[in-house]
Design a protein around this ligand. Structure first.
Ligand SMILES: *Cc1c(COP(=O)(O)O)cnc(C)c1O
Ligand SMILES: [Zn+2]
Length: 417
């Protein structure tokens, strides 16, 4: 039993029912929003019914999800979401903010935010009984799909660019997916995966293509909302929460926006948080559209070390522009050097981020420098991926460790005493 009624096109507002597999709008290629039966959910549930759920994963939000509960309990598929939120004192002081939180998505089963989306897509694929799930990925979406599929013995096919970080490719292979390394960009892999999915009737998870990915990603908004609702994040909010998230295809930020919009439809939220999208300077197609005040996304030739947000043509750009415009936030561009510096900064708070994860923090640092926030403004930064996924980048932002002889004498010399 769930409250999924259908889809609505984000461009032409055409509605489609829930009985067929739908990807994008057949008329204009627009991304589809999942529509829920808000009136019935509202009649059947109170916010406290959600807070009292014992499930410590995104499945605690089952009444607000368009899929039914995956059957087997003790699997990684049932462990996605419900990530910790930290309050790092040292970073708050450095930035001159009194209320700073970091939500650490690297704590998901396959170590990135993408598990939220892949959990929903795999649950959906089980529901509709497809044999093979497929995705194109810069690495994390694939690892998440491969991991979630392995959890329920589902066959997964992954297309990744051949230059994806080695740790991400290792994850794909260890999870037993059939992996193809495409001699081209993520965008090339994306196009090929859609052709393959059509040719072989594989169920396609692609970001900004399958409407269920945003439905998984919206659960991060629900987790933030729960902490606001219970007073953990803010007592008597005087200004809305400012949320920073890194943006490549734009599906995470669209998903988070959808989550807060669902809560608004249910009348469960008073203040819509402000969303800030952070892009790498070398991969800023969505930021460009936002700054131009338009929704037309012009492709770029992406060039950044943050591979997870390196995208020529973002697949969820329109909704991603709206996420910031409609909430009163904005887009920020950061350099690769700022991203590396942010890996080091977060590390000193005990948080290990991959470049795309650290980019969100770099965006906050930028806006703080520009004087965009006062001391009391509450800010939450999402670290979307684990630093272990890209060791090469991590080693670029830290000093080398000296090699010493195993003697006290050589230690004293190295310490400079
Ligand atoms: C995918 C990803 C992003 C960006 O998400 P989009 O939906 O492509 O905007 C950011 N950080 C990490 C670690 C990711 O894997
Ligand atoms: Zn349409």
């Amino acid at each position: 039993m769930n409250y999924f009624v259908g889809y609505k096109c984000s461009l032409c507002a055409m509605e489609y029912d829930s009985s067929h597999i739908q990807y994008t709008c057949p008329k204009d290629g627009g991304n589809l929003d999942v529509v829920l039966d808000y009136a019935t959910i509202r009649r059947n549930f109170q916010p406290d019914d959600i807070s009292l759920m014992v499930e410590q994963s995104l499945w605690r939000y089952l009444p607000l999800l368009p899929v039914s509960e995956p059957k087997r309990r003790r699997t990684p598929l049932r462990a996605a979401g419900w990530t910790p939120i930290y309050s790092p004192q040292r970073l708050a002081v450095e930035l001159g903010l009194q209320k700073l939180w970091i939500k650490d998505e690297s704590r998901n089963p396959t170590a990135s935010f993408k598990d939220r989306a892949s959990a929903l897509v795999v649950a959906r694929s089980q529901e509709i009984g497809v044999e093979v799930v497929v995705t194109a990925s810069t690495g994390n979406a694939g690892a998440a799909l491969a991991g979630m599929a392995a959890a329920v013995d589902q066959k997964a096919v992954i297309f990744a660019p051949r230059n994806a970080p080695a740790a991400k490719i290792a994850q794909l292979l260890v999870f037993g997916a059939q992996v193809f390394l495409v001699d081209g960009t993520y965008d090339d892999a994306f196009d090929l995966s859609i052709q393959a999915s059509e040719e072989f009737s594989w169920y396609c998870r692609n970001t900004g293509y399958n409407p269920f990915t945003a439905e998984g990603k919206k659960t991060a908004a629900f987790e933030i909302w729960e902490l606001i609702h219970s007073g953990v994040l803010m007592h008597n909010p005087t200004s809305p929460l400012n949320i920073f998230v890194s943006v490549g295809d734009g599906n995470i930020i669209s998903g988070i926006h959808k989550g807060f919009k669902d809560l608004e439809m249910l009348g469960w939220i008073n203040h819509m948080p402000r969303l800030y999208g952070v892009q790498a300077e070398g991969s800023a197609a969505i930021a460009n559209a936002f700054d131009a005040g338009q929704e037309t996304i012009n492709p770029v030739s992406a060039n950044t070390l943050a591979d997870s947000i390196s995208v020529d043509l973002p697949r969820d750009g329109v909704r991603a522009v709206r996420a910031c415009r409609e909430t009163g936030g904005s887009y920020v561009r950061v350099t690769d050097q700022e991203i590396l510096d942010s890996i080091a900064a977060l590390g000193k708070a005990g948080i290990f981020a991959e470049p795309a994860g650290a980019a969100a923090y770099a965006g906050l640092q930028r806006l703080v420098k520009l004087g965009r926030f006062s001391k009391q403004d509450p800010v939450l930064v999402i670290n979307t991926g684990n630093g272990l996924k890209d060791i090469k980048a991590a080693m670029e932002c830290v000093p080398h460790a000296p090699v010493i002889e195993p003697s006290l004498k050589s230690l004293i010399k190295a310490l400079g005493y």
